[in-house]
Design a protein around this ligand. Structure first.
Ligand SMILES: Nc1ncnc2c1ncn2[C@@H]1O[C@H](COP(=O)(O)OP(=O)(O)OP(=O)(O)O)[C@@H](O)[C@H]1O
Length: 224
């Protein structure tokens, strides 16, 4: 459960998020909104990558301002651009990197690497140079690298922007199969039709908040 209590974020004079109070408890939550409306900033608040200018964000009761490290163990973050996430030259090394940092044993790392590569049909890419993967494969590697660390909550910032239809569907299936709570920032309205809750942000405020059939048409109207 993530709680935002009267959260505002400003950059200089500009208020990007304005006095948001929300309880995020649903299993699948989407954040939608126009370019520059504050969605990425919102996502970054959820694992302490960004801090509120005022107000507070609590993840399972932990304040992101004071317990950033603990919060980041609980909340995995998938960046919009996988090149920002992939840090090691070879696929299996990249998957191991985050687990090593969290102190997983060698055996555990090997087992989890096998599992995740098999799950996403990437076993033959184990020793492949990460920078030579296609955009979709990189996106899958970036997501896999977060999932192997077994976070309680997964936040994804536009996970499908670089992908073709096949890989979009692959990601959608991968997300649907996760046990964890998933919060997805996206412009891809098809991806979120079966989500539990959609929050539309407009100019830093909540414009609509509810189920996909309630929120998506209202958002489409706002954008037309
Ligand atoms: N670190 C920062 N410093 C200054 N301004 C910032 C910073 N991060 C974001 N902004 C500004 O905040 C506003 C909201 O940005 P944000 O990335 O949250 O929007 P977004 O809804 O995710 O947009 P998009 O759909 O284009 O990715 C933008 O005007 C952006 O320029």
């Amino acid at each position: 459960m993530i709680k935002l209590h009267d959260v505002s974020v400003s950059f200089g004079e500009r208020t990007v998020l304005n006095s948001l109070s929300l309880d995020l408890t649903e299993r699948r939550i989407a954040i939608i909104g126009a370019n520059g409306s504050g969605k990425s900033t919102f996502a970054r608040l959820l694992n302490g990558l960004a801090l509120p200018t005022s107000g507070e964000v609590l993840v399972h009761g932990l304040n992101t301002r004071k317990k950033g490290r603990d919060v980041r163990r609980k909340v995995g973050f998938v960046f919009q651009n996988p090149d920002n996430q992939i840090v090691m030259p070879v696929v299996e090394e990249d998957l191991a990197f985050g687990m090593k940092n969290l102190g997983f044993s060698k055996d555990d790392i090997a087992t989890k690497t096998d599992e995740v590569l098999a799950r996403y049909n990437m076993s033959d890419l184990r020793e492949h140079p990460a920078h030579l993967l296609s955009g979709g494969q990189k996106q899958l590697l970036a997501i896999s690298g977060v999932l192997v660390m077994a976070p309680d909550i997964v936040v994804m910032d536009e996970p499908t922007t670089l992908l073709d239809l096949r890989n979009k569907r692959r990601i959608a299936r991968a997300v649907a199969a996760l046990d964890q709570m998933v919060i997805t920032v996206t412009h891809d309205l098809d991806l979120i039709t079966d989500y539990d809750r959609v929050i539309a942000i407009d100019e830093g405020r909540i414009f609509a908040d509810g189920t996909p059939p309630d929120v998506i048409p209202a958002y489409e109207k706002l954008m037309s």
